[in-house]
Design a protein around this ligand. Sequence first.
Ligand code: NDP
Length: 279
Amino acid sequence: MTNIEHYAVFGSPIKHSKSPRIHKLFAEQTQQALVYDDQEVPAEQFQSAVSDFFEQGGKGLNCTLPLKELAWSFADIKTERAELSKAVNTLALQADGSILGDNTDGVGLLTDLINNHQVKLSNTHVLILGAGGASRGIILPILEQNVASLVIANRTIDKAINLANEFTHKGTITGCGFDDLANQQFDLIINATSSSLSNDLPPLPENILRKNGVCYDLAYGNEPTTFVKWGKKNQASKSLDGLGMLVEQAAEAFFIWRGVRPNTKDVIALLNAERGKVI
Ligand code: NDP
């Protein structure tokens, strides 16, 4: 008899999530017997919902907005990249019953930028907008690409400064508010705020994007996000949304759980075709 194992994504809001579809495609492609569903879990219910899930035989979870810091606290053991980011998007039941916490957002973003879109990061000046859970997960992998500098700008300025201070031993990184960005220029601007979810945009000065610069919005949708549109209007050489990152971070989680690496290019192409865009 086939033993079908249970995985899920927890978050709030969650109904927009494409993760169940992505993991279903991975499971079909790699012939793995599993189910993966979504569950609306607000922060105050996180502890009981995760405990129930694993007690009822669940094998692995993804945690998304606003649960990544809570998932970090929940995990019994953590990978180094999760430990440093203080945010966990993947929980995996281990053979001894403990729960491993990992963060696959950074590797997902870099695989999409570097492998899928041929964006070079070494010696570039990079700006991350936002200082929430997603921002935490991508800082270290970006610094590890030997960027010339990394600036974190956030609406709540203290959060950006404190976050940057956690990583100063890993590279050239500073935190600031949006007003402090005047007269600065960047090769790559990553929107890790959730502003696109409300069709909003952080206030950005003119000429902040260098010639041939790249824009990347972690958010994604069936239509170009507000930030992707901003990038196009400001002559970005590429203005990308986070669908590729979503698939790549999911593939890394799938590998952690199942030990099998799915082919992401086919899945990205399919999801792009479904929203009417050819990459
Ligand atoms: P959090 O809730 O942890 O953080 C939200 C961040 O956005 C904070 O820095 C907050 O600023 C800022 N923010 C919210 N609204 C605005 C606004 N109107 N103007 C300016 N700043 C704003 O969310 P996450 O970090 O988990 O997620 C951020 C985004 O990244 C979401 O859109 C999410 O969907 C996306 N994401 C995509 C992934 C992918 O695979 N493609 C993976 C992970 C995340 P403040 O601190 O001042 O409140």
